[in-house]
Design a protein around this ligand. Structure first.
Ligand code: ACM
Length: 535
């Protein structure tokens, strides 16, 4: 009798499941929106009676399986096993171009959730989508009811980045890892770690211990905004740095989530902190101090001294050993040239190299650094000022002063990352009603404006559009001193940027995005993220 009741109950449940109406794609709450989604009426119950399985051909699959099992437990208390007739199967099918480098196919049927990809990265993204499907599924006790579905997905751009400035304010590796979690859950794949600034150097370098004893700390910090005059300071020593072990830990953490860490070591400008410790590398010889005021400072590396390049070669060699990724960012932005104009050694270099002006001297500087990086097996990335005076031959340009630098670089056959202030500066205010927002650097960048970002402008020649690698949201931290405020400034604008960079242009629709974001906010609540609530 009990058996009969059980069968009846199960049949009724299946009937109920089968009869439910189909949700729309927007109801699924997927962010970023996949390339193609086909929803069936029939439904599947996911619960602890399922197993996560893998084909054992790829070495990453064990770790991916673990990530998925942990997610199922932490998100929904589901304790999946290794064996069951119902399986969530992870399958890397190498040498299959149909998935793309980072794409995946996800299908949900009665007894199987199948995630296929050509690479482990693709499986990781399939797992993120599956988690999101569970979020919008119907819950009862330990069961989650989701519609059967076929998803085929592939990113639009290969560079989907987020930046964090840890020079103006320092964030420990606990938070840096959380930030990488946010990047990964958005199917982004680049963490641009802005590690050195006028106000603090954050990287342990064995050959130059004063970088961490002296350059990593400033005497005090500005209170209020730069434009509040007279400037007032808090009188508190401030700073910190990452040991090599910590940075390696971050790199390993990011690798597991298919995020490449791009270290940025600023030069020739934004270097007051270095010069405070090693004044002999400046034009004047110092003395200098670690900056306590934001903005652009005129102390820069001397381009005339060989010792500058020897120092940087040693630093970059140690940095290259910590970060296995293919790129090192060398800044190159906002380098005042007045000290170069006034200093003999810089002028001698200019004459000896047959250069016409200080922009060409900066170009000489960057080209030499590119030679060092190439020798270390790395490619150079720089902000768009590196175009001035002539671009280093293999440099990748990160366009920030608008799109023009990126357009010029792409049209000249250089790879480009688009992160213009107009759409990608997440240190800008999120509302025009600035009084009701926490202090920010200025500007106004709404969620909708980020969503409207188009990284490939019309005036790039059609055959050069391929040079646009993608884009990036930047979080500069002059006015952001806590992890909670980083979260507030980055989210939800990061979700909009993620969709710009992942989803196809024709699928993008702001109303659909805001509808799906209701699920994303629930996810952020679950993760206790201090995101900005929508208006
Ligand atoms: C920059 O915002 N100075 C790259």
């Amino acid at each position: 009798m009990k058996k009969l009741i059980n069968i009846l109950a199960q049949t009724t449940l299946l009937w109920m499941i089968g009869c439910d109406s189909k949700p729309t794609t927007d109801d699924l709450g997927l962010v970023p929106l996949p390339s193609s989604i086909s929803i069936a009426k029939r439904q599947t119950l996911i619960n602890s009676q399922w197993a996560v399985t893998q084909n054992d051909r790829h070495k990453d699959l064990n770790s991916l399986k673990k990530i998925l099992s942990e997610n199922l437990y932490s998100d929904y208390g589901l304790l999946v096993s290794d064996f069951s007739s119902k399986t969530i199967n992870l399958n890397v099918i190498e040498d299959n171009n149909s998935y793309g480098e980072e794409g995946y196919h996800l299908s949900v049927s009665d007894q199987t959730v199948q995630i296929n990809a050509g690479t482990p990265n693709g499986i990781f993204y399939g797992i993120q989508t599956f988690r999101q499907l569970l979020d919008s599924g119907k819950k009862s006790n330990q069961d989650i009811q989701i519609n059967q579905i076929e998803i085929k997905d592939n990113p639009r751009f290969k560079w989907r980045g987020m930046h964090l400035d840890v020079g103006r304010h320092f964030f420990d590796i606990g938070f840096v890892k959380r930030y990488i979690d946010y990047i990964a859950m958005h199917k982004m794949n680049i963490f641009h770690w802005h590690l050195t600034e006028d106000q603090g150097w954050r990287v342990e370098i064995d050959a130059y211990p004063k970088l961490t004893n002296i350059s990593a700390f400033r005497d005090e910090s500005l209170i209020g905004h730069y434009s509040d005059k007279p400037h007032q300071y808090d009188g508190k020593r401030y700073g910190g740095y990452y040991t090599k072990e910590e940075m390696r830990e971050v790199v390993a953490y990011a690798q597991k989530r298919y995020v490449t860490v791009i270290p940025e070591i600023e030069m020739p400008g934004h270097t007051s902190a270095v010069l405070a410790a090693y004044p002999e590398l400046s034009c004047t010889g110092g003395p200098h101090s670690v900056a306590k005021l934001w903005g652009v400072h005129k102390e820069v590396f001397c381009a005339g001294k060989e010792s500058t390049f020897e120092f940087l070669e040693t630093v970059l060699t140690e940095v290259a050993e910590i970060f296995p990724g293919p790129y090192i960012h060398i800044g190159g932005d906002e380098c005042p040239k007045e000290n170069w104009k006034e200093h003999d050694l810089d002028q001698q270099r200019l004459a000896a190299e047959g250069l016409h002006d200080e922009h060409e001297l900066q170009s000489y500087f960057i080209k030499r650094i590119e030679g060092i990086l190439n020798g270390l097996g790395k490619r150079l990335i720089g902000w768009d000022e590196i175009l001035e005076g002539g671009l280093a031959p293999g440099a990748i340009v990160q366009s920030w002063r608008g799109m023009d630098g990126g357009i010029a670089a792409a049209n000249a056959g250089h790879e480009v990352i688009m992160s213009p202030t107009s759409h990608a500066y997440f240190d800008y205010y999120q509302s025009e009603d600035k009084k009701n927002e926490p202090l920010a650097i200025g500007g106004f960048l709404s969620l909708e404006k980020v969503y409207g970002f188009e990284p490939v402008p019309y005036n790039i020649d059609p055959d050069k559009q391929k040079y646009i690698l993608g884009g990036q949201g930047n979080v500069w931290t002059e006015y952001i001193s806590t992890p909670e405020k980083v979260e507030y400034m980055a989210m939800p604008r990061m979700s909009a940027m993620a969709e710009v960079l992942w989803s196809s242009k024709k699928n993008r629709n702001y109303d659909s995005f805001t509808h799906r974001m209701n699920w994303q906010y629930k996810r952020l609540d679950r993760m206790k993220v201090n995101y900005r609530k929508p208006d």
